[in-house]
Design a protein around this ligand. Sequence first.
Ligand code: BES
Ligand code: ZN
Ligand code: MN
Length: 488
Amino acid sequence: MHISVETSSDIRAVDALIVFVTSGGSLPKTIQNLDGLLDGAISRAIESKEFKPTVGNTWSTLTLGRLAAKRLIVSGLGSEPITTGSLRNAAGQATQAAKAAHASSVVFDAPPSPLSDRDVSAALVEGALLGAWNFSGYHQEDPEPSTLSRIAIAGFSSAQEATAGVEIGRVIAEAQNLTRELGWRPSSALYPEKLADEAIAAGKQFGFEVEVFDEVKLQELGMGALLGVGQGSVFPPRLVVMRYNAGNTRTLALVGKGITFDSGGISLKPGAGMEEMKYDMLGASAVLGSMCAIAQLKPAINVLGIMAIAQNMPSGSAYKPGDVVRAFNGKTIEVTNTDAEGRVVLSDGVSYAVHLGADWIVEASTLTGAAIVVLGHQASCLVATNDDLANHVLKASEEASERVWRLPIYPEYRELYKSDVADIKNSPGRDAGTITAGMIISEFAGTVPFAHLDIAGTAWTKPGPLNAKFGATGVMVRTFVTLAQNLA
Ligand code: BES
Ligand code: ZN
Ligand code: MN
């Protein structure tokens, strides 16, 4: 995708000109001018309620030679104030409309707002690249080939600031699109070694260190939990450690669940919808995507990215209910349900983050169906042992416009996962299922401030302003990058 900042405001010979309006209030000057050229078509569409300028709504018309652009797309911003979140969504939705109209070149006209040129430009570019993206798939012939190849943004007072914003928007969008791409990829193409290879390739491209532990090394290190989950698959597990170094400062560890396929194992899942469990690695790929962005945006903080990767399969060699595994930190886990595998692999991932000297550990995983029962697909569940870190995560998520809601940790819940034969049992039952899952993982963080994000409901969703199809959202990349910047 070619992206440019336009300084002259009258060269608009493109397939689609994209403008933005808020709901309520009068139209900004530039849009009033366009409205005049189009005999009041815009204002009439709004007055007749044919077009409601809420976020995610667009209205489009051919310009029939009245404007230099062949088509005008008006995208709603909802009520004032204009935020980076509403701009990102509105740009994403408008880009989807441009794609549907088979446009190959578009110009975005930045609306007047109290935001800085840099923030506006970053939000527009990010939204456009997220909205333009879709998984390429394995069709013999692409059923919806995208023609969109040129994006220009205009309407800024500082071209230099706008250009800086383009870079930020591009970096953060591409990081999310990588996360999404990996979520869509089937486990036949993305088994543990392949996900580790993706990290190696990204490390080379963006300049961060990548270390991959294979099954022999995992054995040597005593990562019996990750090995246990992975032992039923012919594709062996991997632990990937990525390092972005900013010098002599504190270290944030990001840890992700990387189950490249979750069949449930011996505690087999029902068949209906099981194909979706290829995306049970979106926590890990969000960590990978975040590392790519962080390595380019260079916040003044060390960031560790850890992916605990395995394939959860039933077989003659699979781990079984009743088995006891020992994690890297020595703690033992009784496996009462092999389908509660996420917390098992993360016990090794999180204890390794402690071992590497993390000052904060933030972990993301598509961990429990219960998280979808609690908040639906509208927000991720947060379970945190430390108020200060929890507040940092909540603040970052708000700035990133990714909804997060904190659940409580009450000491009584601890009784639920006591085991008769081991330190912890992995599947305590239905009560407070999302909380106990997070608490179990927190047992491996020792005294390091720990936050768990259950993204089971948010990592893969229905179509939206930034998600043309249903599917992987790339959730938590924006929050993680913002968190790293805020902690720096
Ligand atoms: N990966 C699943 C959770 C999940 C379910 C994610 C639906 C996304 C959509 C996880 O490994 C799992 O199977 N969890 C079990 C835990 C239970 C056995 C304690 C669950 O939620 O049912
Ligand atoms: Zn799972
Ligand atoms: Mn499972």
